[in-house]
Structures are given as structure tokens and as C-alpha cells.
Write a protein that binds this ligand. Structure first.
Ligand code: BTN
Length: 243
């Protein structure tokens, strides 16, 4: 394991992927950058972060030899690890907004971009990109975003927070490797944002509908109880949770 600290890179996920294509990368290698010029978010979005105020880093996980129940297992591990690490800094009201945004007091403080290396239909390695808003306090035009400092008023040491997350990632991957997928899924569902609350969604065509989040399926689809009393499963491209 090693920690690679960079002043700037395009994206820590891209950096780690490039490194992996050129050389052997040790399990849990972490690449941290003070600045990303092309930070990437989910579904092709950009990830913007104020330089040196927040954490933008990626962790390499070697899964060689370990057969995942589903690639969603990585989301479970990462979400729970982030939540546990943030709890240790006493960050209040933490929830996971499906699939893996971390919210505190109903605002997004952390986003995750998981990019898997797949060989013969098995995930053999994973690049886990984490963008955590730490000491940034102004979020112009982003009313649903927040940071640790904005929530608690405390200035955090970025290295300390990153190390706490890395430790929890190691712990939860161990839990997974011991075969505890179901227990992880249950723990994840217990902190799912808006679970069992009346919620409004938008489908891929932009149509709004209401329902209650009930949990996730084994492959990580969101289970929603619809008005006709039927539980339907949706993948990431099929719905957006509005409120
Ligand atoms: C999202 O919520 O859309 C996911 C954001 C993930 C951002 C992180 S920052 C470090 C890593 N490098 C990237 O380019 N993206 C991820």
C-alpha cells in the first residue's frame, strides 16, 4: 500500500487507471490531489472542488481471486466505510443517498465514482474515487451541497480524514471478503436516505412519480413501492430521486 500525493492532476481516477495499465499497483494504493483539472462525477458529470480545501482522492482495490456477489458490493463497502469514518468525526445525521452519495443533514457532502476493471465478466480490481467536501464553506449555485466545516464549524485536517476513510475501507472490504454481503446490504439499507418516506422521483423520460424507497436488490437496483402497491426495481439510468 502507498499514498501518492499530487499537487494537480486531471482526475485521480484517471491517474490511477493509467498507473494500473503501466505497472503493478498495490492493494489500497491511494492517490490524493490538491487540485483536479477534470474531476469526473457520476453519469458523465463534472466534479468541481475548491483546490486544497476538500478531499479528492482515489483508492485502488485489487479483487483478484475474490468473486463478488455483485459489483454493487463495492458500493456497499464504500458507502458504509465513508459513513463510519465520518461518524468518527462526529458528523451528524449521515445517510446514503442511493447509490452512494453521502449526505449530512440532508445535504450532499460526498460523491463517489467507482470504476471497475472487468476481466471475463468478473470485477478483478476497482478504482474508487471519492470527492469529500471538507473545509469549503461557500457552495454558490449548489443549494443541496455542504461540507464538514459548513455543518460543524470545525476546520479538519485533510490527511487525518483521508486516513480514517482508508482504514474503514480496509475494514469493510475485509467484512465483504469474509462473505458478509447480506449483513452489509442490511447495514446499507438501514441508513438509506428517504427510506420508507413518501418521495418523488423522475423517470428517464422526465415524468414524475411518487413512491416509497424500500431498499435495494442484490444487484443494487433501488426498490420503490409505487402507488399501485407494487414494488418495482430501478437501475441508475431509470430514475432520479427528486425529494
Ligand atoms: C459524483 O457524486 O458525481 C461522484 C463524484 C466523484 C468525485 C471524485 S473526486 C476524486 C475522484 N476523481 C475523479 O475524477 N472523480 C472522483
Amino acid at each position: 500500500m502507498s499514498i501518492i500525493k499530487l499537487d494537480a492532476t486531471d482526475s485521480t481516477n484517471s491517474y490511477l487507471r493509467e498507473l494500473y495499465t503501466n505497472e503493478t499497483v498495490a492493494d489500497f494504493t491511494m492517490v490524493i490531489a490538491k487540485k483536479q483539472t477534470h474531476g469526473r462525477g457520476q453519469m458523465g458529470a463534472k466534479w468541481e472542488s475548491q483546490d486544497a480545501k476538500n478531499l479528492t482522492f482515489s483508492v485502488f482495490k485489487d479483487l483478484g481471486g475474490f468473486h463478488l456477489e455483485s459489483p454493487f458490493a463495492i458500493s456497499l463497502v464504500v458507502s458504509l466505510a465513508l459513513r463510519k469514518a465520518l461518524q468518527s468525526f462526529l458528523i451528524p445525521h449521515l445517510h446514503v443517498k442511493w447509490p452512494n452519495d453521502i449526505l449530512s443533514v440532508n445535504k450532499k457532502i460526498c460523491g463517489v465514482l467507482i470504476e471497475n476493471v472487468i476481466k471475463q465478466q468478473d470485477v478483478t480490481a476497482s478504482i474508487i474515487g471519492i470527492g469529500l467536501n471538507v473545509n469549503q464553506i461557500d457552495f454558490e449555485d449548489l443549494p443541496k451541497a455542504s461540507s464538514l466545516k459548513q455543518i460543524t464549524g470545525i476546520i479538519y485536517d485533510l490527511d487525518e480524514v483521508a486516513c480514517a476513510i482508508l482504514d474503514q475501507l480496509k475494514y469493510y472490504f475485509e467484512v465483504l471478503e469474509k462473505g458478509n454481503y447480506e449483513a452489509l446490504k442490511e447495514a446499507y439499507e438501514s441508513c438509506l436516505f428517504r427510506k420508507n418516506k413518501p418521495s418523488t422521483f423522475e423517470d428517464a423520460e422526465g415524468l414524475q412519480f411518487s413512491g416509497f424507497i424500500k431498499g435495494v436488490s442484490n444487484i443494487g437496483n433501488l426498490k420503490v413501492l409505487l402507488e399501485d402497491n407494487i414494488v418495482k426495481e430501478f437501475d441508475l439510468k431509470e430514475l432520479t430521486l427528486l425529494y
